[in-house]
Structures are given as C-alpha cells and as structure tokens.
Ligand binder design. Structure first.
Ligand code: ADP
Ligand code: MG
Length: 258
C-alpha cells in the first residue's frame, strides 16, 4: 500500500549550514504527525520544502505516490497541500472574510460561450466565495470578527484567520508551523478543538509545535528533529520516555497523552 505522504532521505543545505540531514518520515492518511525539537532543528525548513518554498538539496517528497520535486508552491496547493506560517501571514487591509474568500482557488473558468454572462458569473462566484468564507470562519470561531480588518485582529485571532485561509481549499495535507505560538490557554484550547475537528473530517496534518500540551493531546505520532537530524519517532509515551529526546529537548517533565 502507498503511504499517503513520504519524505525520503531529505537533506537541505543553506550554503555551509545543514538545516536538514537525511530525514525520512511517513505521514499516514488521516493522521496528525507532530514535529518537535529545539530552535534551529530544521522544522520550518522541512515544512517549507514540502510546501515548495524552496527545493531540497537531496532526497524526495511524495504525496500519494507522486513525486512533488520540481513542483511550484501553487502546483502543490492544487494538489491540496496547504500551510500556515510561524508568524501570522494575513492581508492586513482585507477583512477576515475577504482574506478567506480571496484565498479560494477558482473552481473553474467560465467557458467561452459563457463569456457574455461573465459579469453575472463573477458576481455569483464572489457571493459563493464570501458564503464559503463565512462558513469557514464560523468553524474556527471567528464569525463575530468576520468584518474586522485582519490588522485589527488580536494575535490569537490572526493565527486562527491564517488557519481559516489554509483550509479554504479543503486541503488533504495541512502543514501547521507553530499554530499555538503566542496563544493564551483559552485560545490554545479553542485551537485544539478546531484542529481536531478538521482532522476528524479527514484532513491529514503535519504540525510543528513547541506547546507540548497541544502536541501530546493531538498527535498520533511524533518525530523529533535536533540539529537537522531525526533523533526519534514514536507515540506520545515513547517520545517522552526516550533518553535522547529528554536530553536534547524535553527534559524530564511529562505532559499527559491523549
Ligand atoms: N532561508 C534560510 N537561509 C539560510 N539559513 C536558513 C534559512 N532557513 C533556515 N536556515 C537555517 O537552517 C537551520 C534550521 O532552521 P529552521 O528550519 O528555521 O529551524 P526551526 O524551525 O526548527 O527552528 C537554522 O540553522 C537556520 O538558521
Ligand atoms: Mg521554525
């Protein structure tokens, strides 16, 4: 059986810096895979390569058996890979609803014979996008802020907004880069429920995160990176009892598993 998503022998050098060194991992369909490790471990680099932000130095990335090498980020988006960023990336001068509506990839272009009715087509397409956007913002708990400019949203709400933008094209593989960074405990719990909901609906997720209460309660498996190398892979319990992980990153403090 083909793995849903596979990274094999991935290496990324930035000049003399080895950001990722010979990393191999699999994400199974409908799984939440956690990626943890200290700052500079190569976590964001891994997501950036998968999203097509820059090419790997060596190794391969495959989604449902198809090599993604050489595909631009928009082509990966068309293969329903979506991502969020460590710091919220939203259009500051658009409303929350406009941000989500404008992120949706058009379902189809109108045929030539429809060109005469193009204006009507555009209007109905816009209405549809705005309605979809409202539904997605409801899902992430931002309905009340639908008309707020993105720049006027709190940091926590901007993080939720970029998640709403990321899911606006119904991704099959969702890449989350520290989605809980800077969130207070109430916002963190809200985010946990939202991510879990998307996963239960079938979205496969690869999540980089430092907040262990989120990682340990959500992730089915966890991969640990340190200085670009993969030092461990396992369940919540296995990872927290792994001496290499304790030494490099976690220490001995334990967090409850799901
Ligand atoms: N665009 C880049 N240019 C040069 N070096 C980079 C770049 N991106 C990341 N690095 C380096 O690669 C290493 C891994 O970084 P990163 O993937 O951001 O780590 P993490 O997300 O785990 O904190 C670090 O040493 C970082 O300085
Ligand atoms: Mg990072």
């Amino acid at each position: 059986m083909t793995d849903f998503f596979r990274v094999s022998n991935l290496t990324k050098n930035f000049g003399g810096v080895v950001a990722i060194s010979d990393v191999s991992l699999v994400v199974r369909e409908h799984e939440i895979l956690g990626i943890i490790g200290p700052n500079g471990a190569g976590k964001s680099t891994l997501l950036n390569i998968v999203a097509g932000f820059y090419p790997q130095t060596a190794g391969t990335v495959e989604l449902k058996g198809e090599r993604l090498d050489g595909l631009q980020s928009f082509e990966r988006a068309h293969r329903r890979i979506a991502r969020t960023f460590q710091r919220p990336m939203v259009f500051p001068n658009l409303t929350a609803q406009q941000c989500v509506a404008s992120a949706q990839i058009g379902k189809r272009m109108p045929a030539m014979r429809e060109a005469l009715f193009l204006r009507r087509h555009v209007a109905s397409d816009k209405r549809q996008r705005m309605a979809n956007a409202a539904a997605i913002l409801t899902r992430v708990g931002l309905l009340e802020r639908i008309d707020a400019l993105a720049s006027n949203l709190s940091h926590g709400d901007q993080m939720l907004l970029q998640l709403a933008v990321a899911v606006s094209n119904e991704p099959e593989l969702l890449l989350l880069d520290e989605p809980a960074s800077g969130l207070n405990p109430t916002e963190l719990e809200k985010l946990r429920v939202v991510i879990q909901g998307f996963n239960e609906e079938g979205v496969t997720i690869m999540m980089v995160e430092h907040r262990m209460e989120l990682v340990m309660s959500l992730c089915h498996r966890i991969v640990v990176l340190n200085k670009g190398e993969q030092i461990a892979e396992g369940t919540c319990t296995e990872i927290q009892n792994n001496p290499h992980v304790i030494e490099a990153y976690l220490g001995t403090r334990k967090t409850g598993c799901a």
